[in-house]
Design a protein around this ligand. Structure first.
Ligand code: OFO
Length: 168
């Protein structure tokens, strides 16, 4: 049985993961409309991953005899200044998500819910990977500068491939 405080904070996380998915979908659509097919693919894939994170939480809460609540969604932004500003926003958002995962760990410890504390470690590790993959992208963007967006767009999916392979 999930302690009520843990159930509540996990439900809040469902909303945050769902928003992440919508945010990256909005970013993907923005990039696609500007001819950046590679960036769009990266963001579509990221949006899917966020949906999986959301589903993981839904299933876990229900399995532990809690009640997962599917929330209403805030509309994500539809416009972004440029590609660098977009990825700065992705990093800022992932840092916010990492902080909220750490808040879950804290509540689990306070409530002595060691099962959830153990389970949520997957998210703790996932956030390390997510933040670092966005930092790699921002570093590449700094190196290439504004003029080489074509190359960046061509290569971004292979960067994703390298990360996923190095994880395996
Ligand atoms: Fe779900 O990891 Fe990003 O937000």
């Amino acid at each position: 049985m999930l302690p009520k405080k843990v159930e509540k904070i996990l439900n809040e996380q469902i909303q945050k993961e769902d928003y992440s998915s919508q945010l990256y979908l909005a970013m993907a659509s923005w990039a696609e409309n500007r001819g950046m097919g590679g960036v769009a693919e990266w963001l579509y894939a990221q949006s899917e991953e966020e949906r999986e994170h959301m589903l993981k939480l839904v299933r876990f809460i229900n399995e532990r005899d809690g009640v997962a609540v599917i929330p209403a969604m805030d509309k994500p932004p539809t416009d972004f200044e440029n590609i660098r500003a977009l990825f700065d926003k992705v990093l800022e958002h992932e840092q916010y998500i990492s902080a909220s995962i750490h808040d879950i760990v804290t509540v689990c410890m306070e409530e002595r819910d060691f099962a959830t504390q153990n389970w949520i470690q997957w998210f703790v590790n996932e956030q390390i990977e997510e933040e670092s993959s966005v930092r790699v992208i921002i570093d590449k963007l700094k190196l290439l500068g504004d003029k080489n967006i074509y190359m960046f767009d061509r290569d971004i999916m292979s960067m994703r491939g390298e990360e996923k392979e190095s994880e395996a």
